[in-house]
Design a protein around this ligand. Structure first.
Ligand code: SRM
Ligand code: SF4
Length: 560
């Protein structure tokens, strides 16, 4: 039996898999080449994640049979694509996936509904457009987030470059990805370089669990930086980017009924200058590698190490690994999160357009053909495309002369630049949930828009017509649309039932609290009505709903 560090408990199955095949090749290449198979083994399913692929089945069709399909997630640091890369993704979605592109809550694209015969073609297509999916999932550093809005800071470009450097420095070095998806062969595990392969950074067993990194430039917290394992907060002094405050140990996933699991906001533990960035990022990852729990995957994130061992212990471990002192954190303040919509001037005088994408799904529907419009704009004007952490999209670097043309194409496809979505819709997020997510307990992406309509009706009724409230929904407690930071969070408990969380803030620095468990779909408005009515009457000048919950509701109902 393989034992953990303390010699008492058994390592989790995923750990044994990584020990057995540290190249992460599994038997993927051989299964891929066998047209008789419509899926991979369970164990290969775990290896596939490191390659950015999830084996799923269509849950709408489960009653008849399991219909296997694949989700593929890109690695797109900062969510930035060229127009030609965007067009490559658009075309792959049409040819091999479900004709939609899903912007994720970490600034990436996901394809859904790929069948096994199309998987290799999608992966090759992504490689051909000079992007990849390596480490988009799995026990490694995931897609690195960076602020996407060019108008909000003159350091945006520098921070984006830094995000790319961190993404690159924390990539696993296995040759399996290239062999399987680019050369189209099973990695030769007997070859000398593969037989005893040990990743130079991750070692043989990678991390105990996923690891997430994000950058933010105060006062905007558009990346929800404190929900990451590694948060890098840009510090400006006298008009210069002097370095980063380091935040560690954020994370949101939890399980219903398991008090050992909980969402956690990161601790800001110090400051360092920009040239130390990659060393610090590696150092934080190594502390996770060395101390994360490898026996229980529900307790394996870095946040539990921080919670149990404390900030001082963590800083000392980090300093041992990087070989220098982390300085005292510098002052900073976050004021808000979210995106800018419509046309805005960039720092360099050109323009960008913020486009609301409902629940992050780029698709064509009757009367609103956003996907076709974006394709035409990319082909005609070639703007840079940026995916935002709130599942929206920016068209960037548009010249004065091209602006009217872009607006016109959108208009012809039923997309208005001036009026985009509703106030609630623009401040909302939902995870994919059903029918693709194997972990979903309730609907989310397919359900939230209609629910928002009903909440908007209620808000008009109680005199809150155009008030913005940040609403986020997930189909289970894993927290993929970051519901625990929302002013109103709905977390799926069972079909048609949600736990209701209240009290996050606009700057996304405060966790909300569980208000009511298992609220049925039909009861949601009745649950919200008295709260929104009171808020409408009792709020102080400009007070947001989440802040009212903290000031008034939490005093009346202390946390459980
Ligand atoms: Fe997530 C698992 C979708 C962001 C916490 N997440 C999943 C899987 C892969 C389900 C699975 O394991 O079988 C979902 C695929 C559904 C589908 O059909 O597409 C999934 N997660 C997503 C996305 C697409 C949601 C979205 O609305 O965009 C996001 C992809 C981001 C990306 O591009 O990399 C996504 N997931 C998040 C976030 C938010 C974030 O990172 O900012 C979280 C909470 C933060 C955190 O990590 O703590 C999150 N996802 C989880 C967890 C819980 C992890 C934990 O520590 O407990 C799981 C379950 C797991 O890992 O076992 C999970
Ligand atoms: Fe699936 Fe749950 Fe994540 Fe939603 S929150 S995508 S239901 S794992």
């Amino acid at each position: 039996m393989i034992m953990s560090e303390n010699g008492t408990s058994k390592l989790s199955h995923n750990e044994l898999l990584k020990i057995a095949i540290p190249t992460l090749a599994g038997n993927i290449g051989a299964t891929l080449a066998d047209p008789a198979l419509d899926r991979f083994s369970e164990d290969d399913g775990q290896f596939l994640k490191f390659h950015g692929i999830y084996q799923q089945d269509d849950r709408d069709k489960r009653k008849t049979a399991k219909f296997y399909m694949f989700m593929v997630r890109g690695r797109i640091p900062g969510g930035v694509l060229s127009a030609s890369q965007y067009l490559a993704f658009d075309s792959l979605a049409d040819r091999f996936a479900n004709q939609t592109l899903r912007i994720t809550s970490r600034q990436s694209f996901q394809f859904h509904g790929i069948v096994k015969s199309g998987l290799g073609k999608v992966m090759r297509g992504i490689n051909d457009c000079l992007l990849d999916t390596l480490a988009a999932c799995g026990d490694v550093n995931r897609n690195v987030m960076a602020p996407s809005t060019p108008a909000t800071s003159r350091f945006g470009a520098q921070v984006l470059e830094d995000a790319r450097s961190v993404s690159q420095a924390l990539l696993p070095q296995t040759k399996a990805y290239h062999a399987i998806w680019v050369e189209g062969v099973q990695l030769n595990l007997e070859a000398e370089e593969n037989k005893d392969f040990v990743d130079p950074l991750y070692g043989k067993t990678y991390l105990p669990r996923k690891f997430k990194s994000a950058f933010a430039i105060p006062p905007l917290n558009d990346t929800d930086v404190l929900t990451n394992d590694l948060g890098l907060i840009a510090i400006e002094e006298a008009g210069r980017l002097v370095g980063y405050n380091l935040a560690v140990g954020g994370g949101l996933g939890m399980s219903h009924g398991n008090k050992e699991t909980f969402p956690r906001v990161a601790d800001v533990i110090g400051f360092f200058t920009p040239e130390k960035l990659v060393e610090v990022a590696r150092g934080v990852l190594l502390v996770h590698r060395d101390f994360g729990d490898r026996t229980n995957r529900k307790h394996a994130r870095l946040k539990y190490v921080l919670e149990e061992k404390g900030v001082d212990w963590f800083r000392a471990e980090l300093e041992k690994r990087v070989g220098f002192k982390i300085e005292v954190a510098r002052p900073f303040a976050f004021a808000k999160q979210g995106d800018l919509f419509g046309w805005h001037r960039q720092e360099d005088g050109r323009w960008f357009l913020g486009l609301f994408v409902e629940t992050g799904r780029i698709k064509d529907v009757e009367g609103r053909t956003l996907k076709a419009a974006l394709r035409k704009i990319a082909e005609t004007f070639g703007p840079e495309v940026r995916l935002t952490p709130s599942q929206n999209l920016l068209l960037v670097n548009v010249g004065d002369g091209d602006r009217p043309g872009v607006t016109q194409i959108l208009k012809e496809h039923g997309v208005s630049v001036e009026t985009q979505g509703t106030v609630l819709g623009r401040a909302s997020m939902a995870c994919p949930a059903l029918p693709t997510c194997g972990l979903a307990l309730a609907e989310s992406e397919r359900y939230l828009p209609a629910l928002l309509g009903r909440i908007e009706g209620l808000m008009s009724e109680v005199g809150l017509g155009q008030e913005e409230i940040i609403v986020r929904m997930t189909g289970c407690p894993n927290g993929c649309a970051r519901p625990y930071m929302a002013e109103i969070g709905f977390v799926g408990k069972a079909p048609g039932k949600y736990n209701l969380y209240l009290g996050g803030n606009e700057a996304s620095t405060r966790l909300n609290r569980l208000h009511r468990e298992s609220v049925k779909d039909a009861e949601i408005l009745n649950e919200l009505r008295p709260l929104l009515s009171r808020y409408s009457k009792e709020r102080s000048n400009g007070e947001r709903f989440g802040d009212w919950c903290e000031r008034v509701l939490w005093k009346e109902q202390p946390a459980a």
